[in-house]
Design a protein around this ligand. Structure first.
Ligand code: PAF
Length: 285
């Protein structure tokens, strides 16, 4: 598979395809691909003549003490995964290609970036929004696929696309899980065998809250939902909970209570040793 490293070449391939009436789908990734990414590539390949997967570990979305240098990189393995799921092209630019000397522009999305991951990881979503905008401009897709695993990120990308009139459809695909429910993530490789067994507790906490919401007949307090999640996680004392919240699924704002028909996002971030895990479920009460 031809690995495209230049933005100009990528744009030309996408433009030529579109002029020939061949649609382009894209899957932006930071590599270290697993079956979660595979499901996005397969969904795109079903609908589009070209499916471009970008593999770019984006330095601007990592904080100074985060794992940019250690982030797992395996382009050969990624190419095999892309091929196995029906991807047709790989776009793997260098940092210098994406952020040439003198680069100063940044995109800041408001609102949904101000809480949760955005509040804890200053600048993270500026880095995400900026690189996603640049990747879309390079790959020129008609549709771009993202995983629900990074729920807040999907809201940020949708907001940016709407606000900047970007001509692309954003499609969010369900989180892909291991057999025991752990959400697939490139960072799961950091877990020891013991931590890996315990990590599934996050999903069980989300299910406990989901059960509570499905039994709710009228209204339920946010506190009761959040308590159900923290109670499950507290059975594993090694977990350090960052947040376990029930928020409005569109705005990410906390409400005191939720009523029948409300869409609630259940979001958890917790550390197991040095590995920070995130997961979520979106539930209608
Ligand atoms: O979800 C990711 O892998 C990254 O945040 C993304 C969207 C590829 C931007 O670097």
């Amino acid at each position: 598979m031809h690995v495209i490293t230049s933005v100009a070449e990528m744009q030309q391939i996408a433009e030529t395809a579109r002029q020939q009436g061949r649609s382009v789908g894209c899957v932006p990734t930071m590599g270290s691909l697993h079956n979660g990414h595979g499901s996005l590539i397969a969904a795109s390949a079903e609908r589009h003549a070209l499916t471009v997967t970008s593999v770019f570990v984006n330095p601007t979305q990592f904080g100074p003490h985060e794992d940019y240098d250690a982030y797992p990189r395996d382009l050969d393995g990624d190419i095999a995964t892309i091929r196995a799921h029906g991807g047709t092209h790989v776009f793997a630019p260098s940092v210098a290609e994406m952020y040439p000397e003198g680069f100063t522009t940044s995109i800041r999305v408001g609102g949904v970036t101000e809480v949760l991951e955005g509040a804890r990881r200053p600048g993270h979503f500026d880095g995400v929004a900026t690189v996603v905008c640049k990747l879309l401009e390079a790959m020129r897709p008609t549709e771009a696929f993202f995983g629900q695993k990074d729920y807040q990120q999907t809201l940020v990308v949708k907001r940016m696309v709407r606000d900047l009139f970007l001509p692309v459809k954003i499609t969010v695909m369900p989180t892909v899980r291991e057999d025991d429910g752990l959400a697939m993530s490139s960072r799961n490789v950091y877990l020891s065998a013991d931590q890996r067994n315990k990590a599934t507790t996050i999903y069980r906490a989300l299910l406990a809250a989901q059960d509570l919401l499905s039994e709710t007949e009228d209204t339920i307090s946010r506190q009761a939902i959040e308590h159900a999640m923290t109670l499950v996680i507290s059975h594993v004392p090694e977990f350090e909970i960052d947040y376990a919240v029930a928020v409005d699924a569109d705005t990410l704002q906390e409400q005191e209570a939720y009523a029948t028909g409300d869409r609630v996002a259940l979001l958890i971030a917790a550390k197991l040793g040095t590995t920070r895990l995130i997961d979520n479920l979106v539930v209608t009460v």
